[in-house]
Design a protein around this ligand. Sequence first.
Ligand SMILES: [Zn+2]
Length: 328
Amino acid sequence: MRGGIDLGGTKIQAVVVDGRSKVLGEHRTPTPKDAGAEGVVWALAEALRAAAGAAGVEPSALDGVGVGSPGTVDADAGTVANARNVVSSWEAPVPVGASLADELGTAVHLGHDVRVGTMAEFRLGAGKPYRSVLGVFWGTGVGGGLVLNGRAWTGRHAAGEIGHMVIRRGGARCPCGRIGCMEAYAGRLAMEREARRRHKDGNKTKLFDIMRDRDRTQLTSGVWARALERGDDMAKELIERAIEALGAGVASACNLLDVEAVIIGGGLGTRLGEDYARRIEKAMRPHVFVDNPPAVHVAALGDLGGAIGAALLIPAASSRAGSAARGS
Ligand SMILES: [Zn+2]
């Protein structure tokens, strides 16, 4: 059995899986915002303990625990830096791996959340039939993961930053500070900024009423989805603008890489689902250079995909036993 934890800006999802990645126990908890990075590490341990409890196993009996994290992940050092989506003060590297291994009494491996999610879809989800896929995680930002000829492509560490493909020179300012990035139009954070600006200018929208009705302080994926269902014009316009941006950026990436499939995940991607994946596919069409456009799928593993993918960071016990046997 292995553990997997998906660390997100709003929630922590932990799972315990067997050798075939079947979920035996799971636990979800909100990401603590007021106790710094230390508080987050503590919450990661608590979530994993609860998932292990549900699976009827002690954390120390697991073959290991994988963690998918946003920010700058140094898997070798076991540290996470620049995870401001998680805790606003989280800049310097934090030894998440060593602290968590101490707490849980088992080995801990770290990975980058989007790449972990892409590998999970490639091995277990919508990417299973293919050798080369591009994962596009449409949420607060727009993250990307690449599997080329069956192997994760990480470049020198940072490959996959599809959200910062430039789709309009001299365009909107991106949360990253640069100009004209895809994320400046399609990321939920940027969309919310634009919605607030338009609302302040006197444009009508139900977005903020729905947000308050749901006791939210931000325009979550659920708020956007509900506003679309209610036919809100501003929501429809901003989502359409996001889809056009995704179409241009994702098609450009495909022109360069010629992957077989694009997998749309992330909070908005999975919440809006199949109809919107078709709309992204259609928005890609005018920009696709290759004769044979890639297939476009919605991520199949849903909410647990990130945590199941994180568990894949732990080598299977049977193969470790095999190599140990060969070594002896
Ligand atoms: Zn950017």
